[in-house]
Design a protein around this ligand. Structure first.
Ligand SMILES: [Zn+2]
Length: 91
């Protein structure tokens, strides 16, 4: 019962996006943020781990180093696309 199967790529991309977003000059509303997340996640391979809740968080840290460059690349291209085609009117 305590075993979890998690796609930790979701967590890694979300963490990285929150770090990068302020410096990307992109709209940071929930609509755009979610669009960027989906786009990046669709292009990155999912990374499933089976783990207890507690150890999951420490594993995210060590695994994210391996994928950091790929994650940053996909976030950067996702931002370019969402900037050009926001799912709402420009304010
Ligand atoms: Zn927005």
């Amino acid at each position: 019962m305590s075993k979890l199967v998690k796609n930790i790529m979701e967590r890694m991309v979300e963490d990285k996006l929150d770090q990068m977003l302020p410096s990307l000059g992109c709209c940071t509303c929930d609509v755009c943020r979610t669009d960027i997340l989906c786009y990046a996640l669709n292009r990155l391979k999912p990374k499933y781990v089976s783990s207890e809740q507690g150890e999951l968080l420490s594993r995210v840290d060590s695994i994210s180093i391996t994928y950091e460059a790929a994650i940053m690349t996909e976030i950067a291209s996702a931002v370019e696309i969402v900037k050009k085609n926001p799912h709402h009117r420009n304010k």
